[in-house]
Design a protein around this ligand. Structure first.
Ligand SMILES: *[C@@H]1O[C@H](CO)[C@@H](O)[C@H](O)[C@H]1NC(C)=O
Ligand SMILES: *[C@@H]1O[C@H](CO)[C@@H](O)[C@H](O)[C@H]1NC(C)=O
Ligand SMILES: *[C@@H]1O[C@H](CO)[C@@H](O)[C@H](O)[C@H]1NC(C)=O
Ligand SMILES: *[C@@H]1O[C@H](CO)[C@@H](O)[C@H](O)[C@H]1NC(C)=O
Ligand SMILES: *[C@@H]1O[C@H](CO)[C@@H](O)[C@H](O)[C@H]1NC(C)=O
Length: 493
């Protein structure tokens, strides 16, 4: 206990005194400022224990400032490899092996004596020590789902958490819900005014629906597959034997999953006499109705054979282009030297009229090329890995942000961005648009397909730069993840 107390509360003093030893683990936050103890020379404390005396107001006679400086001595911190490089180069350094990260990049910045939370600074090196190319204000475009309130359900049936305009006010075109269903658990029969697109991230789900024409649809989908339910069309989801986790994307930025229409609530909100008349059933049939909504709840095992649960009426069963699912897990990815990309949009999945997506894999050191989307905002979700993104917004703003698995990103239409893998594992990233087909403007392709003379007059780049550009989109560009190699030749120790 005593040792923990010393580590937590007194370590920053060791740092200030320059006696910090690298063998001590740093606390998660530095909090010692002597706030609680005070100077102890306040004579009025007996009469007014909560407040100080009038002698503390304004200039104190004959006082000499003896406070120590807030500067963290050089012996108490080290810079990450590449952190000392010229700020405009913007080396993608990481703080993983750095004991006491500082907001310094090249000639920019200064040390941070606290208060601070080291875990945030380590996770966000490009926010804490931004590249020198950042400038002005960019729309807030990052929301870690780990900061979203989690709705956890009874019986260990599952949970859900969401990103919407409550946490990302600028993300008006789309919202996301991350949902987990335990084995055989249901997301209750429901419907809503937003269109719903979903990527399964783990496990398998049996989906079921019926549309306005009485046409039904039932299918089993697994990790990597997609479903879509148009607004107003009721549906139910049941996890199969492994349970399931999926990311739901809605085309309303202020969508809330606690605001959907539910079958249980609909029964509870109608007089039983009306239910009895409508369904031609005795009142007693409604004696056992749930007295509260179910939302997510445990169910009985679904039959293994899907056909046993296909119900059809005069409208028949939806198939072909009218299907509500797409087995994206079985689509071959388009390979590029830096990774791969799978595109799914209404050209291949027609029912999802406005949902266009790319599932992008980026190898360590590689980068989704600089691009923008002409007509749609981009809602993004990081499934794996660590990356950074710089957004340029007209006319003069630029900001770099770090993302890791579980983070939502949002970029306004026409704002340029790239996604650079800054980690040692692959980055897997979902890019969603509201568009009838997936498209982007590649800056490299644009420059190549513009007369050389115009580009040279404008950007003063050499012929070799123009020769090496490709007339085709690169999507994911290969890169070097070796920071030592990146910093070689920059004169950095
Ligand atoms: C689903 O999650 C489980 C538990 O973490 C893991 O073992 C399994 O590999 C995951 N499946 C897929 C398809 O990601
Ligand atoms: C699945 O169920 C259908 C309809 O009940 C039946 O025709 C079919 O033979 C079953 N398939 C298997 C593999 O059991
Ligand atoms: C399905 O939709 C695609 C794209 O809209 C179209 O090219 C194709 O002809 C349609 N197939 C059928 C069978 O209608
Ligand atoms: C052209 O691009 C390739 C990678 O595609 C690179 O290895 C090469 O150094 C570039 N050449 C010039 C002249 O920049
Ligand atoms: C990184 O690059 C340096 C040379 O710049 C080289 O010595 C080192 O072996 C490389 N490391 C890896 C893991 O490839």
């Amino acid at each position: 206990m005593a040792q923990t107390f010393i580590l937590r509360h007194c370590l920053p003093i060791f740092i200030l005194l320059g006696t910090f030893q690298r063998s001590y683990a740093l606390p998660h936050s530095s909090t010692f400022y002597g706030w609680a103890s005070g100077a102890g020379d306040d004579e009025s404390s007996e009469t007014e224990p909560l407040r100080g005396s009038p002698t503390l107001l304004g200039v104190v006679e004959n006082e000499v400032n003896t406070k120590s400086s807030g500067k963290v001595p050089q012996s108490a911190y080290e810079l990450a490899l590449g952190q000392g490089a010229e700020a405009d180069i913007g080396i993608p350094f990481v703080f993983d092996d750095v004991e006491n990260p500082q907001p310094i990049r090249g000639d920019l910045g200064a040390t941070d004596p606290g208060p601070r939370t080291y875990a945030y600074d380590r996770l966000n090196p490009n926010t804490f020590a931004p590249p020198g190319t950042d400038d002005g204000e960019v729309t807030q475009g990052k929301w870690p789902l780990g900061l979203s309130h989690n709705r956890i359900l009874s019986g260990h049936a599952g949970w859900s958490r969401q990103e919407n305009t409550d946490n990302l006010p600028a993300a008006t075109a789309m919202a996301g819900v991350d949902m987990k269903l335990a084995p055989w658990a249901y997301r209750e029969l429901h419907w809503h005014s937003a269109n719903e697109w979903s990527l399964i991230m783990n496990g398998s789900v049996r989906v079921q629906t019926m549309n306005e024409d009485g046409q039904t649809f039932t299918d089993d989908v697994t990790a990597g597959d997609v479903w879509y339910f148009p607004s107003g069309v009721p549906h139910s989801l049941q996890a199969l034997d492994e349970g399931a986790e999926f990311m739901l994307v809605f085309d309303q930025g202020d969508f809330s999953d606690s605001g959907t229409s539910l079958i249980t609530e609909m029964f509870l909100r109608n007089p039983k006499e009306v239910l009895s008349k409508n369904f031609q059933a005795p009142l007693s049939d409604f004696d056992e109705l749930p007295q509260d909504q179910l939302y997510i709840f445990n169910g009985t095992p679904a039959p293994k054979n899907l056909s046993e649960q296909i119900v059809s009426g005069p409208g028949g069963v939806a198939s072909g282009n009218a299907s509500y699912t797409y087995h994206l897990s079985k689509q071959e990815a388009y390979e590029t030297p830096g990774g791969s990309i799978k595109i799914i949009d209404p050209i291949s999945f027609p029912i999802a009229e406005k949902f266009s997506a790319a599932l992008v894999t980026i190898k360590p050191g590689a980068m989704r090329e600089i691009h923008w989307h002409a007509t749609s905002d981009e809602w993004g979700f990081f499934l794996e890995g660590n990356a950074r993104v710089s957004v340029y917004e007209a006319p003069t703003s630029g900001a770099t942000m770090d993302f890791s698995a579980g983070d939502v990103s949002y970029v306004k239409a026409t704002a340029t961005h790239y996604i650079e893998n800054t980690g040692t594992e692959d980055v897997v990233f979902l890019e969603m648009l509201q568009a009838t087909r997936f498209s982007d403007i590649s800056v490299g392709q644009w420059l190549k397909l513009t007369p050389d003379q115009i580009i040279k007059d404008t950007l003063h780049v050499p012929d070799s730069f123009l020769e090496n550009l490709s007339a085709n989109k690169q999507y994911v560009i290969q890169g070097n993840m070796n920071l030592t190699a990146l910093t070689d030749g920059l004169g950095i120790a």
